[in-house]
Design a protein around this ligand. Structure first.
Ligand SMILES: *[C@@H]1O[C@H](CO)[C@@H](O)[C@H](O)[C@H]1NC(C)=O
Ligand SMILES: *[C@@H]1O[C@H](CO)[C@@H](O)[C@H](O)[C@H]1NC(C)=O
Ligand SMILES: *[C@@H]1O[C@H](CO)[C@@H](O)[C@H](O)[C@H]1NC(C)=O
Ligand SMILES: *[C@@H]1O[C@H](CO)[C@@H](O)[C@H](O)[C@H]1NC(C)=O
Ligand SMILES: [Zn+2]
Length: 509
C-alpha cells in the first residue's frame, strides 16, 4: 500500500510546487483520476482481478443498481418494513438471491424460519395449547394432557378447539403471527418509537415462540426448514448461535444440551446427504448476558465439555441479549478466562459494540472482546469510535459480522447509508454480512441484507468484486479449518462460475 500511496503524494507535491513557481495550473485531471482509482482499489474486493465474464456480469449489476439509485424512494434510506416490498420487486434483488453468497456467520437459532411456517405448521399440530399473558402476548405448549397453569397467563386453551369454535381462524392466526415477529404492515416508527419498545417486543416474541420451538418434533422440523430456506437463498454454510435449551416431548420429559447438540449434528448430516452442495453448519453455544456470574461460569464449563465431545461441530461460545442492558464482558471476565486457565480451547464469537452510547461500561465490550481473543465480533456497530479496537480487529483479522437490517430495526441507525459499516467496506476492513434474526425482521435468510450492503453501503462504487469478496470472506472468516475452507471455496467457486455464466446479458424489460 505504501508504494501505491506514494505516487499521488508525489503528484500532489508537484502540483503544490508548480503553483508556487507561479506557473498557471488548475487541478490536474490525471492526478484526480489517480486518486479516484486509488480510493476505489481500497474498497472491499477493490483489487480483485475480474474475468471477462465477471466484467460482463458487472455491467448488468451496474445497470440494475443504477435503477435502484434513481428511485424516488431509495430503499436503503427507508425502514426495511416499508422498503421490503420495493426490494422484493427489484430485479437486482432477484439477482442477489440467485448469487451464491457463501456462509451466514451470525444468525440465531429461533429466528431463522419465516414466521408463516410457525403459524401454519407448528401451531396447527395436534395437542398445541395457548394462553394469553397479562402483557398482551401469548405462550404455547404441547402436551398430551391439560398442561399445568402458568402464572399471569389465562388458562390454557387447545388451539384446535379454539379454531373450530371460531370457524374462521384468520384473525386469530394474524394475532399469533403478530406475536411471533417484529415485522408489521403498520407504520414501524409509530409501532416502535424507541429502542426500549422495540427490544421489549423483540424479547416478548422469543418468549412467545419458545414453547413451540422447544417441542422436540417442532424443534427438528424447524431446523430442517431453516436449512431448506437458507439453502434456497443460496447460502451453503451456517454458524448458528444456539442457546441449546432443554427440548421437551409430549409427555413432558426433557432432553439435555448434549442431546440438542447431537440432534443439530444428525439433522445437518441428513440435510447434506440430500443436498451434497451444502457444506454444513456449526454451533456457537450462547448464554443470555443477563444471567448471573455463577450461571455463566457453569455455561462456560459446559461449553468446554461440549467442545471436547463435539470438536468439529461446536465452534465456540458467545453471550446474547440486549447489550445496553446486559452485563458486560468485563463483569464475566473470571468465567471467560476459565478455558485459558485450564489450557482448553474455547473460541469466542462475542457480540460487542451493538450500542450507540459512547463511553459506557457496555461500550468497552469491543476492546474486552479483543482482550479475550474473540475470533469474530458480532455487530461491532461502535467500532468506528474505537480506533484501537478497530486497528486490532484489522491487524488480527478478527472479522466484524455486520447485520444491516437488524441494526436498523433495532434502532441504531435509520438510513442505512449512514451505517458505520459503509466506511468499513470502503477500506476493506475484515467483515462479513449477516442477517441476525431474519424471521423477526421479515427479511430473507441473507439476500435482503446483501441488498442493503451492496446498494446502501456500497453506493455506486461497490461492484461484482465487492460481492465476490463478501462471499469469500464468509468462508475465510468461518470457524472451519483451513483445509475445510479450501474445500468449501472450491464448492463455492463452482456455483459462482455457473452464476456468472448465466447472468451476462442486460435483460430488456
Ligand atoms: C409441517 O411440516 C412437516 C415437515 O416440514 C410436515 O411433515 C407436516 O405435515 C407439516 N404439518 C402441518 C400441520 O402442516
Ligand atoms: C376469514 O376472515 C377473513 C377476514 O378476517 C376473510 O378475509 C376471509 O375471506 C375469511 N375466510 C373465509 C373462508 O370465510
Ligand atoms: C398478540 O396476541 C394477543 C392475543 O391474541 C393480541 O391481543 C395482540 O394484539 C397480539 N399482538 C400483536 C402484536 O399482534
Ligand atoms: C489471549 O491470548 C493471549 C496470547 O495468546 C493469551 O496470553 C491469553 O491468555 C488469552 N486470553 C484468554 C482469555 O483466552
Ligand atoms: Zn445477534
Amino acid at each position: 500500500m505504501a508504494v501505491r500511496l506514494q505516487r499521488p503524494l508525489v503528484a500532489a507535491a508537484c502540483l503544490f510546487l508548480c503553483c508556487l513557481a507561479g506557473v498557471r495550473c488548475g487541478p490536474d485531471p490525471r492526478l484526480r483520476k489517480e486518486l479516484i482509482d486509488l480510493e476505489a482499489s481500497m474498497q472491499i474486493g477493490g483489487r480483485m482481478v475480474l474475468t471477462d465474464a465477471e466484467q460482463r456480469l458487472d455491467a448488468l449489476l451496474a445497470k440494475l443498481k443504477q435503477d435502484e439509485m434513481s428511485r424516488k424512494d431509495f430503499p436503503p434510506s427507508m425502514h426495511f418494513f416499508k422498503a421490503r416490498r420495493l426490494i422484493q420487486a427489484s430485479p437486482l434483488f432477484g439477482l442477489l438471491q440467485e448469487m451464491p453468497k457463501g456462509a451466514v456467520l451470525h444468525v440465531h437459532d429461533f429466528a431463522m424460519v419465516d414466521v408463516e411456517w410457525l403459524v401454519k405448521n407448528a401451531t396447527y399440530r395436534p395437542n398445541c395449547y395457548m394462553c394469553f399473558t397479562d402483557s398482551a402476548s401469548v405462550r404455547f405448549v404441547f402436551a398430551s394432557q391439560g398442561p399445568k397453569p402458568v402464572e399471569r397467563c389465562s388458562p390454557w386453551v387447545l388451539l384446535e378447539s379454539l379454531r373450530a369454535k371460531m370457524g374462521n381462524a384468520t384473525k386469530l392466526d394474524n394475532s399469533i403471527r403478530g406475536n411471533l415477529t417484529l415485522f408489521t404492515d403498520r407504520d414501524p416508527e409509530t409501532e416502535y418509537p424507541s429502542q426500549d419498545v422495540v427490544w421489549n417486543r423483540f424479547e416478548a416474541a422469543f418468549g412467545a415462540l419458545w414453547g413451540l420451538v422447544t417441542f422436540a418434533p417442532v424443534f427438528r422440523d424447524y431446523y430442517m426448514e431453516a436449512l431448506n430456506q437458507f439453502y434456497a437463498d443460496n447460502v451453503m454454510y451456517l454458524e448458528l448461535r444456539a442457546l441449546l435449551p432443554q427440548v421437551y416431548e409430549l409427555d413432558g420429559c426433557t432432553h439435555d444440551q448434549a442431546w440438542t447438540l447431537q440432534t443439530y449434528q444428525d439433522l445437518t448430516k441428513e440435510f447434506i446427504s440430500t443436498h451434497p452442495d451444502f457444506y454444513g453448519a456449526r454451533i456457537i453455544f450462547t448464554n443470555h448476558r443477563h444471567a448471573k456470574l455463577s450461571v455463566v461460569t457453569e455455561a462456560v464449563k459446559k461449553a468446554m465439555q461440549l467442545q471436547k465431545d463435539f470438536p468439529d461441530f461446536l465452534a465456540g461460545f458467545d453471550l446474547v441479549g440486549r447489550e445496553d442492558q446486559g452485563k458486560t464482558l468485563w463483569y464475566f471476565r473470571d468465567a471467560l478466562a476459565l478455558p485459558a486457565e485450564k489450557g482448553a480451547t474455547l473460541p469466542y464469537f462475542f457480540h460487542a459494540g451493538e450500542t450507540n452510547f459512547e463511553g459506557t461500561e457496555v461500550d468497552q465490550n469491543l476492546l474486552d472482546a479483543l482482550l479475550l481473543n474473540t475470533s469474530r465480533i458480532g455487530h461491532g456497530f461502535a467500532l468506528q469510535r474505537h480506533p484501537v479496537a478497530k486497528d486490532l480487529s484489522r491487524k488480527r483479522r478478527v472479522a466484524v459480522e455486520v447485520c444491516p437490517i437488524s441494526n436498523q430495526v433495532l434502532k441504531l441507525v435509520k438510513d442505512l447509508r449512514n451505517h458505520p459499516a459503509t466506511a468499513l467496506m470502503m477500506e476493506d476492513h475484515p467483515l462479513v454480512i449477516s442477517s441476525d434474526d431474519p424471521a423477526m425482521f421479515g427479511s430473507s435468510p441473507l439476500s435482503s441484507d446483501f441488498y442493503e450492503a451492496f446498494v446502501g453501503f456500497g453506493g455506486v462504487k461497490s461492484h461484482v468484486g465487492s460481492l465476490k469478496q463478501l462471499a469469500i470472506n464468509s468462508i475465510r472468516f468461518s470457524a472451519l479449518t483451513p483445509k475445510q475452507q479450501e474445500e468449501a471455496l472450491v464448492l463455492w467457486q463452482r456455483k459462482w462460475t455457473k452464476f456468472v455464466a448465466k447472468n451476462q446479458v442486460l435483460k430488456t424489460n
